[in-house]
Design a protein around this ligand. Sequence first.
Ligand code: BGC
Length: 462
Amino acid sequence: MTSAYDLAAQEEKGTPFVILAAILAAVGGLLFGYDTGVISGALIFIRQRFALTVLHEELVVSVALVGAACASLAGGRLADYLGRRATLLATSIIFVAGALLCALAASVTALIAGRLVVGVGIGLACSAVPVYISEISPAPARGWMVSLIQLAITLGILGSYIVDYAFSGSGSWRLMLGLAVVPGLLLGLGMIFMPETPRWLTERGREEEARRVLKKIRGDANIEAEIRDIEQTLRLAKERGRWADLLEPSVRPALVIGLGIAIFQQVTGINAVIYYAPTIIQAAGIPSASGAILATAGIGLVNVVMTVLAMWLMDRVGRRPLLLFGTGGMIVTLGGLGLFFHLPGRAGASAGVAVFLLMAYVASFAVSLGPIFWLLISEIYPLKIRGLAGGTAAGVNWAFNFLVSLTFLSLIQAIGPGDAFWLYGVLAVASWIFSYRLVPETKGRTLEQIEAAWHDRLRSAA
Ligand code: BGC
């Protein structure tokens, strides 16, 4: 379907105001990344302070993942119900409260409770941030703008490595965990001054407000056409989304794609590398802890730099070529890593090969499954269920994150690192085939055009 909405009329890169709004919302990703990385360093000292049992230790780490998975599911509904912006404000309050609880915890129980609250904050952020950014961005810039969330995640991970390293001498785990308050506050303070999305406002019948916001975020562009397009999409949808709507024939293909990419993003092993890089590097033959930590920081840096490259490419070459190219790189590097760990007598100099392969693997992820998952779940769903469906995909992503990070150490004990990497490699092949066959190109199309295409497909299939 051709839309009345004139792409050329939109500012190619977005107005400064919309860029600021996207950056402030993306701070939600910083919470996610920082927390992902910081706990491993803090745990060493928490263990000493509270004489943790293994069960306590596992709970301190994983309760946040469980909280995030559940809150992502609920957060999507909340973003549809309360609005994207209000959900982000609530996220900030919850996250700051959780970080303070952790930093001031006088007992293990308080710490575990704090971690659960932090997880809830992260989960809410994961479901609301991509939708918020996607709905305010001009179509030609949506790729890089939504990918800001992935950039924030990778910066958060890198920042947490640096903080862990800086405080490792003093062992101030309370500061390590408490510093998360900073991005939490930044998100909340920023969102106070940012608007709700025009799409959500229109859906709620608040067209005048939607018009005002559009004027602000689109500059001189033709906003009437955009309003018309949103209204037309809403007329097609008639009523607000419910869980049952996720199974409607016109929504099902998008649902399958979102859930599939959510699962593949995790089962191809990224967090085995992100969480356990020092362990893998030591197993590859670099025995010193400082060498392993340095190589890990290098991996964190590669992750950030390649995400920036992906953002630059996303709206130029499109999502599909990047996804297929990057997943291809993951297959090759995982194959290489598996081979490396199967070779007899590797040590010393050759450990550098493993570090190189790990970096190349993370680089391949950073240009493909990393940002593109968050982008797709913000753009492929119809407006009436966008929050709900995106939140469901984020929740499933967290559940598989939990599964992979929980099983990685047992997996390498049971089958060895070589076979473990090959297993992730085989799953990466499955991911490539899945993407090749099912993932549509969304570059340059408005959210309304993407939604109309699903209906067209259904009609032509009937
Ligand atoms: C994933 C995270 C992962 C991160 C690494 C994100 O897209 O969802 O699980 O830790 O990328 O950069």
